[in-house]
Design a protein around this ligand. Sequence first.
Ligand code: NIG
Length: 389
Amino acid sequence: MTSTALQGISRLVTNDPTRGAGLLGVVEDAAVVIEGSTVSWVGPRSELGPADQLVDLGGRCVLPGWVDSHSHLVFAGDRSAEFGARMAGAPYAAGGIMATVGPTRAATDEELLARVQRLLAEMIAGGTTCVETKTGYGLDLVTEVRSARIARAAGVDEVTFLGAHLLPPEFAGDADGYIDLVCGRMLAGVLPEVSWIDVFCESGAFDEDQSRRVLEAGRAAGLGLRVHGNQLGTGPGVALAVELGAASVDHCTYLSPQDIDALAASTTVATLLPACDLSTRQAAAPGRALVDAGATVALAANCNPGSSYTTSMSLVVALAVLQCRMTVAEAVWSATAGGAAALGRTDVGRIVAGARADLHVLDAPAEDYLAYRVGVPLTHAVWKAGTRY
Ligand code: NIG
C-alpha cells in the first residue's frame, strides 16, 4: 500500500493528550503518515521514516476533520422569507418545520439526493469529514423511509430517524395516533437504513411521555438514542435524555442548574448548536458552565433550512468561543472528539495511528485563528478516509 507523509505541520492537533501537549494533544513541527484510508503514524518530523510520497504543508496547522454530529440535510424548498421575517422581529417557533414538509414530500428522490450531495460537498470543503443527518421533513411513512434511504445512499456517516420531529396536520388532535405510527410502521420501515432515533421534546412538538415512548421503541429496535431538547426554553428534554442514557441531547440552550449537574454526572453528551442560536436569536448556550461542571460537550452546525442554514463548523467553533465562552482548545475538541463521542465513534475526531485519515489543514499556523480570524475561510486542504479534497 502506498504511504503518504505529510510534513511541514506547525501544530498537529491529535486529541490524544498522551501524544502531545494539553487537551488537544498538540505536537509541534509534526508529521503524519497516511496508508490507504487510515493514519499509520504520527509524531515529530524529526522522527519521520521513509514514505512513498511526501507532502509539505508549509508550516500550517492540522486538525482532525470536523465531526458534525447534528444536521437535517434531507429537505426541499427554501425558508429565506421566514428568516427575513425573523430578522424583522418574528420569533422562531417549532411549527416552521411544516413549511419544509410539503416541498420535501413533493420532491423526487433525485432532487432530494442532489441537495444532500451539494450540502455534503459544501461540508467537506469546509473541513467536515464525518456527518450525521436526520429524517424528519417527511412525517409520513413513504417520505420518512425515502429520506432515510437517500441519506444512506448519499454516504452520510450516521443516519438518524426523526419521525417525531413535529405532529403532521393529518394527525391534528391525535398526537398519540401519530406516535403509534412512528413507533410502529415508520420505525420498521426506516430500520434497515438508520442507527439512531431522535425526538423533538419541546413545547410545540412532543411532550415528555410521547418522547419517552419514541425513545423506548427505538431502543427496543436496537437503535441508539438522541434527543432535541431545551432549545426554546427549559423543559424535560435533558432530564429524559440522561435518564434513558441517550448518547446525546442536542441544543441545550436553556438549562437549569439541575440539567447541568445531571449532564455532568452522565455519559450523555451535551451537543451545542451555536449557529442555530444565532440564527434564531436565542441566548448563547451555556458552554462555559457545562465544561466547568465536567459535562462532555459537542458542537455541531445543525444545517437545516429553518433554524440554521449553514454547514460551517469553523463558524460554529468561533461562536462557541466568542459567545459560549469556551476556550479555543475546548471548542476545537468539542467539534472533533466531542462530536465523535456524541456519535459513539472512536475512529474519527482524533489523529492517531489506526484512526480514519480525516485531516483538516488550516491556512493558519495555529488553531486559535479559527476564532481570532472569525468569518475568514481558513480551510486549506482536507483529507477524508485518506483521499485529498
Ligand atoms: O434542530 N428543532 C428542531 N429541528 C431543527 C429545526 C428545523 C426547522 O426549523 O426546520 C433544529 O433546529
